[in-house]
Design a protein around this ligand. Structure first.
Ligand code: AHR
Length: 501
């Protein structure tokens, strides 16, 4: 095969998309499987601190530098009584957790999670139950969390040992209410009305909060995008964000097609933006609604195993996807897609954080990094600042479901404060390296710091506690001369090319 045509980029400091909201590097902890019990919380583990939190896990969370973590669900929140999870631990009820058909011991609840987030240097994105409950439970929870003192729920929090309010700023109005699997699933009009009235009441309790209206559970939902149009018609004036959720899987083992899935994610984001703006126009509103992509990841490896689990056990190993190298490539491409939309996607949560479809795994013997940990870590570390709009030309290919897929997927970030520029680049070609020329002449006096590469000969290679087969190295080929970067991006690789003054 002849060598691939060159991919070209022009990265100019004046071609700006927007300032990146660091909350796009958020994540998610649900009371599901071993995310909480045996994940972030395991009082008997040798690494646990006085609060029962595993410090080996917190250490890895800090390496990811996760600014915000969604909690407590997910599907679980739609039948959750938050009152079960506060107060003396010995008095907390054990409940049937209906979403995942397990036993919930409630040993971790709102206060413990707020404490954990503090220790992990994160903020909490709290979801309220709009499935089985509604306005009253939501406003009471908000009063419990954010009101300083002198009322029933704020004084109850103080009595429970938390003198200072948690000051939780970001609140999700339910979870995936468009999904028939959701407990208390609603039609768009039913949800829109309830979400609008809940939002109004919550804002009366604390006008400083930001609210997220439930969008679609995926682009494949039959009600998408009508769901967004109808629900936002009700909620537009009272919320700040609409949510998007999307998971992918390489079910038919067609990697080229799998790595092109982000074209569909891009289309999803554009359609939600258009729908928000249509409602804005319809309402003659000055306000723009932003996007919270608050569940995204790869999820499919564990499906068969989960179908065989017995119900009604405590913290079973649910949704424990063991990620391979090609999953890390797709995750990198999903991060690039979020960066390309930094003007409207202001929050995003990799779902989830520990054990459950997660970059971090916690076992008795220690915690370890899945393959997908690395692109997430790179983007969170080097993807802060201004998202630039590179002018890109790339050789193209077709896959089963997509046409004109660029081999090069890329984004560029300019951190003005640190005087650093980072190019994130994925080579989607599975057997050929991709020559890249990047014109960075607008960054005069910048030097090449490093070219990090995540590559592996086996697309199905996985990591484990004992062996980290997939990990990045710093020996990429990029060279910078007279403002032009020349690099060979290895076949099927994730690349981080860093410049600094
Ligand atoms: O993240 C796992 C599940 O995926 C969440 O509980 C739900 O919101 C989504 O369907």
């Amino acid at each position: 095969m002849a060598q691939l045509d060159k991919a070209k980029m022009i990265v100019d400091k004046d071609f700006r998309i927007a300032e990146i909201d660091e909350r796009i590097y958020g994540s998610f902890i649900e009371h599901l499987g071993r995310a909480v019990y045996g994940g972030i919380y395991e009082p008997d583990h040798p690494s646990a601190n006085e609060n029962g939190f595993r410090m080996d896990v917190i250490e890895l969370v800090k390496q990811l530098n996760v600014p915000i973590v969604r909690y407590p669900g997910g599907n679980m929140v739609s039948a959750y009584n938050w009152e079960d999870g506060v107060g003396p631990k010995e008095e907390r009820p054990r409940r049937l957790e209906l979403a995942w058909r397990t036993i919930e011991t409630n040993q971790v609840g709102t206060n413990e999670f707020a404490q954990w987030a503090k220790e992990a240097n994160s903020e909490v994105m709290m979801a309220v139950n709009l499935g089985t409950r509604g306005i009253d439970a939501a406003r009471n929870l908000l009063e419990y969390c954010n009101h300083p003192e002198g009322t029933y729920y704020s004084d109850l929090r103080i009595k429970h040992g938390y003198r200072e309010p948690h000051k939780i700023k970001t609140w999700c109005l339910g979870n995936e209410m468009d999904g028939p699997w959701q407990i208390g699933h609603k039609t768009a009009d039913e949800y829109g009305r309830l979400a609008a009235e809940t939002a109004k009441a919550m804002r009366l309790v604390d006008p400083s909060i930001e609210l997220v209206s439930c969008g679609s559970s995926g682009i494949q939902m039959p009600t998408f995008p009508e769901w967004e149009a109808k629900t936002l018609d009700h909620t537009y004036d009272y919320v700040d964000f609409v949510s998007l959720h999307q998971y992918y899987g390489n079910r038919d083992s067609d990697t080229a097609n799998y790595l092109a899935r982000t074209l569909d994610m891009d289309h999803f984001i554009k359609t939600v933006i258009s729908t928000c703006d249509y409602i804005q126009a319809k309402k003659r509103s000055k306000k723009k609604i932003n996007l919270s992509f608050d569940e995204w990841n790869v999820w499919y490896h564990s499906n068969d195993q989960d179908a065989r689990l017995d119900p009604w056990t405590i913290a079973p190993p649910q949704l424990e996807d063991h990620y391979n190298f090609e999953d890390a490539l797709l995750v990198g491409s999903m991060l690039i897609t979020l960066l390309k939309h930094a003007d409207r996607v202001k929050m995003a949560c990799m779902a989830q954080l520990v054990n459950v479809i997660a970059p971090i795994m916690a076992e008795q013997g220690g915690s370890w990094k899945q393959t997908i940990f690395y692109p997430y870590m790179h983007a969170s570390a080097f993807g802060r600042g201004v998202s630039l709009q590179p002018v890109v030309s790339s050789p193209l290919h077709d896959t089963k479901d997509y046409t004109d897929v660029p081999y090069l997927d890329s984004a560029a970030v300019y951190n003005e404060e640190k005087e650093e520029v980072t190019i994130f680049a994925l080579n989607r070609h599975l057997s050929e390296s991709l020559p890249l020329t990047a014109d960075v002449r607008s960054f005069a006096d910048y030097r090449l710091v490093e070219h990090i590469v995540l590559e592996h000969d086996d697309l199905k290679a996985v990591n484990s506690l004992n062996e980290e087969k997939v990990k990045p190295h710093g020996n990429g080929s990029a060279e910078l001369k007279d403002g032009i970067i020349e690099a060979q991006l290895s076949k099927a690789s994730w690349n981080v090319i860093r410049l600094a003054k």
